[in-house]
Design a protein around this ligand. Sequence first.
Ligand code: NAD
Length: 254
Amino acid sequence: METLQGKTAVVTGGASGIGRATALQLAREGAAVTVADLNEAGGQGVVDEIKEAGGRAIFARCDVSQTADCKRTVEETVAAFGGLDILFNNAGIIRRADVLDTTEAEWDQVKAVNIKSIFLMSKYAIPHMAAAGGGSIINTGSGWGLVGGGDAVSYCASKGAVVNMTRAMAIDHGPQNIRVNCICPGDTDTEMLRNEARQLGQSDDTFLEGAGDRPLQRIGTPEDIAQSVLYFAGEQSAWTTGAILVVDGGGLAG
Ligand code: NAD
């Protein structure tokens, strides 16, 4: 049975990795999906995949750090599908450097893409959810929103903010039946992880192998994370808000 029949979702960063897998998963469950991303070719590819499988989807070219793009993405979604029920705030970037080697421009960019994006997308989405009697917002944090990591100071700062703004938003919008939850993935096999390897001057293979050193002895797949997003998107989690779910093969367990 399709659990999200009649629902509409926006997935930011939907062209690749965790966002792509989640867009496909939500569509399989019957949701109409807006794939919002800077990457037009990748995003359109995900839309085509959804449509070929019989689903409904549109692409919105969106830089999530820009007010006008976020506003237009929400407007295009509502125009295409008649509402907005699920917002997956997932687009993100990482700069692998400490304070000394992070430029001020990089600091501002990581904050804009990883934090301000959630503020902007939610600002425009929440009125539509409230008007419809509720909705579900899922923010992508990180294990590094809960513990620190080396050579990633701007990223750790941004993901710590995502974790706590999730709680603040849950408090503010609970009375409108808008649930706000956060997924904290551990190392997941996506372009971002490979990009980290390059930034650190390591080979992809060595880096990914090291990342699998955790109780479940492998790195995550984008589909592992998409399953958890699905839980927060649907009615299974109807009484869950302000929750921070670590999905990391046990990496933070000990
Ligand atoms: P990814 O690089 O595969 O996907 C990120 C997507 O975001 C890309 O499609 C990219 O084009 C898009 N994007 C980047 N900047 C954007 C912008 N300004 N506007 C719109 N789209 C933009 O990476 P991923 O691993 O799937 O990352 C998704 C989320 O998961 C991120 O928030 C990341 O921090 C988080 N995360 C990833 C891991 C991991 O190990 N991969 C671990 C913890 C958290």
